[in-house]
Design a binder for this molecule. Sequence first.
Ligand SMILES: [Ca+2]
Length: 388
Amino acid sequence: MPTASRCGWSWRGYVSLTEHLNDGIIKNYDDAGCKRATGASDRGAAPRTFSIAAWIGVTLLATAVFVLGGCAQKGDPVSVDDPDEPSGYRVVAIFGVAGYGEGVDVVGDMGLVATGEVGLVILDMSDPSAPVYLGTAGNDFTSLKCAYAPGSEMAFVTDGPNGVLAYDVSDPTSPEWKTVLQSTSGQDVVISETDPGHMIHIYVADKNGGFRIWELNLDWGPPWFPIEVYHGYTTGYARGLCLHGDYVLVASGQSGLTIFELTSPGTATKLGTFDTPGNAQAVAAFGDYAFVADGLQGLQILNISDPGDAEIVATIETDDYATDICYLDGMVYVADRYGGLRVMNVDDPLAPAAAGYLETPCASGICITDDYVYVADRDWGLVIAEEE
Ligand SMILES: [Ca+2]
């Protein structure tokens, strides 16, 4: 079962890990009130040593995001909804993380949160109302998205210019670095356990590096040597991706949706690129339809029944900037930055309808399970919510 998670960029002061351990769950309440987390200025410095490269990366990141207008400029939830209308979703728990909540993946009891400059935080999610901190897997640059491979007990996390880092998390309290999939700028990662415990294929959205597939044979190591088996460029920045049957859909920034066909394990052919009005950040799919988180242009729904000739069939606005997306059972769940969580009913993909929301300060990544919605929020960390 492929897993995926998606997120974006940010810059903010660090939370000390000690504070995090002592005060990991900063809120745990039953209503959907939007109490703010402790302000960044109240937080101490992270007690870990950063490489010079990491500091250069952080400085560049801070500069870039302040220029572009990141969450540091503005933190209060945006709402254009009628306050008398119930949002339909309520917070079950919030887990504050060191760094920023950028991306999330939850599979069974395993919870992974990509936290920007601090790396990958590992949580025990066996009780979603009370997540338990297990460990942190460090990085050098910026972790935006993450994915768990349950059959191999491996975690993968993007790390900017490093590409994608691979950790053995069979002991989640002590994640063990195994290898790195070197690429240009790891943005999103999706895993396919071709033979769990033995062979994993890793699909990477690599910004200006396009779309890449790696093959990791766990029987060949240690040391492991991941092999890049496919590399296809996209016109725009590859920001997010999803596997959909024999196809890989890549959200390609300003150029829209790029569709690749998997011709055999690890090999692909580019079928075409189909522009969307906005800046495609992430994509999910079901049946004949692709659901694109299209930045300021909200949710774009494309008919991909002819994947060589996809076309937009419906659009629905979001409050802010659609940056990550998941599909489950006729609903799509969008991380909408200042717009928080936005839920749309897409049972009829030609007539999508708003179906609920939850205000969070800066929703960046999203993951859905049967019972809970997990939102990686740059301000709050990990938000666990459920339908009311
Ligand atoms: Ca576009």
